[in-house]
Ligand binder design. Structure first.
Ligand SMILES: [Zn+2]
Length: 318
């Protein structure tokens, strides 16, 4: 049986006019769900809405891609080997300090949001901050409204205490959309065992990501990804681990973003040289790789897509 592949975070250029055609590289038997980033901390609400309108129109016009609103949609689309698309946001800046905007973003297909991108904002602290003040009262209000409108709270890029605070207050599952395990590779973007356990306790899923500098010393290989997957499965169980490529389809665009906003990153991003990502073509070989390592088909299905699908069934509205 062909298995669903769920990539919980992938990145196109954040410009109205960006091509969505590269997403067709995920075309496969068993289908796929792609969560495409539609904005982060430099983007306000209007920028984000404009990008979402552009991406939605372009996906609808593409013969190989289809917008999903519900978990049922994902199953229908993937059931005929097609590729479903939803959106995610990094940072709460796109909310423009107005909780009512979250319902609008949900309506436009946003299904996960992380409140704090690397550095502190009104909602909480980021993973690159030296002081960790945790989730603020504004951050708690954001989580409550995310729960309310069916957007899944996401702890990636947040500080450890901010992530733990989100798990405490959320009434639904909290995920780490694209985070590796700090016990396997010590990087500030990776999460502690405590964060992983708290996420699992909410019914959430940790998306082990294909970025070289988070997997190890800039090694985006299936072997490195498997080390993180197997550690996470041993720690929190097979039902709470998933995958996310974090793949940047346009490298020049990423470098431009990096150059435009250097204050958002630090030496932990640059010390290993040019960041290497796992391309979709490699990620698509993960199931075979795990099979050769002796994983049971049922366990492969859970990590490849079924766990994030379960979160969507529980948390998305519409
Ligand atoms: Zn990210």
């Amino acid at each position: 049986m062909a298995l669903l592949l769920w990539d919980q975070h992938t990145c196109l250029p954040l410009q109205a006019g960006a091509e969505v055609d590269p997403l067709a590289r995920y075309q496969r038997r068993g289908g796929a769900l792609l969560s495409v980033n539609a904005g982060y901390s430099p983007h306000g609400f209007d920028d984000t809405v404009a990008l979402l309108h552009h991406f939605r129109g372009a996906v609808q016009a593409h013969p190989g891609l289809e917008l999903a609103a519900t978990a049922e949609d994902v199953e229908t689309i993937a059931g005929v080997d097609r590729t479903a698309v939803v959106f995610d946001l990094e940072d709460s800046r796109p909310v423009d300090d107005d909780l009512d905007n979250l319902a609008v973003l949900a309506e436009l297909g946003v299904r996960t949001l992380l409140p704090t991108y690397n550095h502190a904002n009104r909602a909480g602290s980021g993973c690159l901050d030296t002081q960790d003040g945790g989730l603020t009262s504004w951050g708690r209000s954001i989580v409550a409204e995310l729960n309310n409108v069916g957007i899944v709270p996401d702890g990636s890029h947040c500080s450890a205490r901010t992530g733990l605070g989100m798990c405490e207050v959320s009434t639904g599952p909290v995920i780490y959309s694209h985070s590796c395990m700090r016990s396997v590779w010590d990087h500030p973007r990776n999460i502690t065992d405590e964060q992983a356990r708290a996420c699992a306790a909410t019914g959430g899923v940790i998306g082990i990501t294909g970025v070289g500098i988070f997997l190890g010393p800039n090694t985006p290989t299936l072997e490195a990804m498997t080390r993180h997957l197997e550690y996470a499965v041993d720690l929190v169980g097979i039902d709470h681990v998933g995958i996310s490529s974090d793949y940047s389809f346009d490298y020049a665009d990423f470098v431009e973003e990096f150059t435009r906003n250097p204050h958002l990153f630090d030496d932990s991003y640059t010390r290993w040289g040019t960041i290497q990502w796992m391309p979709p073509e490699t990620l698509l070989m993960l199931a075979d790789h795990l099979g050769r390592r002796g994983w049971r088909t049922d366990d492969i299905a859970a990590v490849l897509g079924r766990n994030f699908l379960r979160v969507a069934e529980r948390a998305w509205r519409n």
